[in-house]
Design a protein around this ligand. Structure first.
Ligand code: SF4
Ligand code: SF4
Length: 367
């Protein structure tokens, strides 16, 4: 059991803030690429503690927020097919699609169930042999191994009425796409802790090598985040002083082995292979999706149910895509807190418990 107070000690936080102030010698923009970081930064008021010249930007770090609208529309269409039981983790159900949401589809009679574990979908499939059970495959490298392991179990048990709608995303190449877009100033990345526990530190190494930007894999407690900001600033200071090269460092050592989790990686690799994925409001990014290998394609719900959906329509005025690219902060959206609230969300960033707009709304905007 980890003693969380150790990572929330105000006296240590004050020392780290002093160190940040001493190291900060100009504007810097750091992007956190994890919804839990976004939440922690807002919850613990970290923006208000550090110098104003350091901007913390939320990246595409929430798997629910980045699920393409067209995928949500297709999931809703699948949930409406005859004899389908559609299963998903909780947040997905509230995300607005082009015309409705899974929640609305449920209220109109679709059999949509919220699960805490994908394994429960196997149980439902076993109990309902005449029906098709579909699980919404949404998540980054953290979540995908568990869902994929469920498929392996279904295969082993010969369960034929279970499939997964593949909307998985992988993180490293998304960061590349943000950097290549050249639209966002980024001086360093706070890389996601849980994702990195699976993939390790190596997949980010192209970032310092090619783009001359430091990366720090950060934990989720306030002292983790402050310490990670110190580490980014120290790299920048050393580079300015003597041209030291940037690197990927791990602050979250208690959670991230350098090599990640080879077992989880092998599960992903066994069943899926990299492919282009569509990110909501961002567009297609090569090598950031996971598609089924031929051997497992019978589990692919997007093939099993070939639903036709009209072209997706983004909600008018929602700037989620720009928020996830670090181009705008949530309160710069004209609908923030007015037309768009967690009770009545317009875009996914206000729906998800890890969304940037939800974090700013819940904990106050500039804290
Ligand atoms: S799954 Fe973990 S690492 Fe990924 S966004 Fe969520 S909290 Fe962050
Ligand atoms: S406040 Fe609402 S409408 Fe605006 S970007 Fe966020 S989710 Fe979209």
């Amino acid at each position: 059991m980890i003693d969380l107070d150790k990572f929330r000690d105000p006296a240590v936080a004050a020392k780290l803030v002093k160190r940040i102030e001493a190291l900060c010698d100009g504007p810097a923009a750091f992007m956190e690429v994890c919804g839990t970081h976004t939440m922690a930064i807002s919850q613990f008021g970290i923006r208000g503690l550090i110098p104003k010249s350091i901007k913390l930007l939320s990246g595409p770090g929430c798997p629910v927020c980045v699920t393409a609208l067209s995928d949500i529309d297709r999931m809703i269409a699948i949930s409406g097919q005859k004899d389908v039981i559609f299963t998903t983790f909780g947040d997905m159900i509230r995300v607005p699609g082009s015309h409705s949401s899974l929640r609305e589809a449920k209220s109109q009679g679709a059999d949509i169930r919220i699960l805490y574990s994908p394994l429960d979908a196997i149980q439902i499939a076993t109990e309902n042999p005449q029906r098709q059970v579909v699980f919404a495959g949404v998540g980054f490298e953290t979540t995908s191994p568990t869902i994929i392991a469920t498929m392996l179990e279904a295969k082993e048990k010969g369960i034929g009425n279970f499939s997964v709608y593949p909307a998985f995303k992988t993180v490293p190449h998304a960061l590349k796409a943000i950097l290549e877009s050249g639209r966002t100033r980024i001086d360093g990345f706070l890389c996601p802790g849980h994702v990195s526990a699976i993939i390790g530190s190596k997949p980010y190494q192209f970032i310092p090598a090619k783009y001359q930007i430091p990366c720090v894999i950060a934990g989720f407690e306030p002292l983790d985040i402050l310490e990670s900001i110190v580490m980014l600033l120290e790299q920048i200071r050393a580079h300015k002083k003597d041209g030291s090269t940037f690197s990927v460092q791990t602050e979250y050592r208690r959670g991230v082995p350098d090599a990640g989790n080879p077992h989880a990686l092998s599960i992903i690799d066994k069943v899926m292979m990299p492919c282009t994925a569509e990110w909501r409001a961002i567009g297609n990014i090569p090598e950031t999706g996971l598609c089924f290998r031929e051997e497992y394609s019978s589990f692919d719900a997007s093939k099993r149910f070939q639903v036709e959906v009209p072209p997706a329509i983004e909600p008018q005025g929602c700037i989620c895509g720009q928020v996830m690219m670090g181009l705008h902060q949530p309160d710069e959206c004209p609908m923030f807190g007015k037309k768009c609230t967690p009770e009545s969300p317009v875009g996914p960033c206000m729906v998800s418990s890890e969304g940037a707009c939800a974090a700013w709304y819940k904990y106050g905007t500039r804290n």
